[in-house]
Design a protein around this ligand. Sequence first.
Ligand SMILES: [Zn+2]
Ligand SMILES: [Zn+2]
Length: 451
Amino acid sequence: MAHRLIACEHCDYVHVEEDLPPGSVACCVRCGSTLYEAEKPRFDKPLALAITALVLFLIANTYPLLTFSMEGRTETNTLGSGVLTFWQEGFPFLAFMVAVTSIIAPLVLICAHIYVLLPISLGRMVPGIKTVWRILAIIRPWSMLDVFLIGLLVALTKLTDFAQVIAGSAFFAVCCLIPTVLLMTVTLDPRAVWRCIAPKGLRYLTEDDLSVDGSNSPQTPNTKGVEEGLMTCHTCAMVVAKGNLDHGHCPRCGAVVHMRKPRSLSRAFALLLAAGILYIPANVFPIMTVTYLGKAEADTILSGVGSLVQAGEWPIAIVVFTASIMVPIVKIVLLGWIYFATWLGLSGPLRQRTRVYRITELIGRWSMIDVFMVSILAALVKLGNIASIQPGFGAVAFCGVVILTMLSAMAFDPRLIWDRAGRRKNIIATHDKHANTVNNTRQTETQGSPS
Ligand SMILES: [Zn+2]
Ligand SMILES: [Zn+2]
C-alpha cells in the first residue's frame, strides 16, 4: 500500500506517513519538529472529557471565585468580574482581551469539541462541522485559562498578607478544568477528526505522486514541497498539489492555501517592532495603583516583583520576573534575530533556529500572568480609601506587547528560514561573478584598444 505524504510545517520537507506504535511520535528528519503522533482513533474519551470540561466551565463562571474580607467589609468576585471592572474603569482593550482569553476562547474550544466529536461518535454529520473544526485551530492559542490560574495564585499571594481571602467553588472548578482540558487535547488526534469529516472520496497524495523515488526508505525525506509544486494547508496540514486546489482553497477543510504565508517576513517584522516600542511604556508606566488606608502607591511590573521579594515570596517573585520581564524581552530579541537572519538569507544552524522559533511560539502566552493578576485584584479590592486597586496604562501597554509578539510569531512562516538559507552566499557569488565579468570585459577592451 502506498503511503500518504506529510510535509513538515516548519521546513517544508516531504515525508511519507507510516503507522506508528502507540504512544510514539514521528519527527522531521530535517528540522526535528514533531510531524505527527501515533493514531488515536477513539473519540469517546476526549468527548467525555469535553462534556466534563463544559460542566466545570459553567460552575467556574457562575459561582464565586474569591471572597475578600477586610475591616469588617467583604467583596466577592467571579471569573467575569475582572472584565467588567476593566470596562467600568475605562480600559476596553484590557476588558476585551481578558474576556477573549479567559472566557470566550475556552468556551468556544470546549463547545467546538462537543459539537464535532458527538456526531462523529454517533456516525453522523451535522452542518458546519468543518467550519467549527477550522475555527478551533484559530481560537486554540488564545485560550489561556492555565495562565489565568497562575495569575490567580499570584493575586492570592499578594492579598493574603493584609486581608482574609477565601477561595470559592469557582476557584476549585478552574483548578479541575485545566487538567481536564489538557487531557482532552492529549487524548485526541486532530488528524483522525479531519479524516472523519473530510469529503467522501477525497484523494490523498502518496509517494507515487512524487517525481523522486522514496519507496525504498519511507522514513527518509524525499524532497521539499515547493520543488514538487506541493502545498500544505495551514489549518488541516493536508498536502495538496497546486493544481488540485478548489479555487485556491483546501479540498479537505476549505481554508485558503498559500505556498508560503503572504508577506510573512514584513508583517512579522512590523508587529515585532511595534511590540518592542510598547515594551518601554509597559515597564515605565504603572500597571496598577494600590490605595491602602488612604495612601496611594503606583506599582510598575518591576516594583511589583520587588515587593514580592520584600515579602519573602521568592518562588512567586521568580515566576512573575520570568513571565513578565524575561520572557517578553527574550522573545523580542530571539524573534528579531530569527527574522533578521532569514531576511539576510544566512545559513548556519538552521535546525537550532527552527527550534528557538518553536519555543518562542510556545512560551509567549505565559506573559499574560500580570494582566490576569491586575484584573483579579482590581475586581476584588474595592473598599474605597481603606483598600482599593485601580488598573494603570502600563497594563494596557504590557498586554499589547504580549498580543503583538504572539501575532508576530504567528505571521512568520518558519519555512522561510530554510527557503532563504544560503541566499546571501548566492548573492555574493553572483555579485563576484558579475564583477569578474566586468573586469574581464574591461581587460579585453584595454588589450583590444590601440595604444
Ligand atoms: Zn521539518
Ligand atoms: Zn485544509
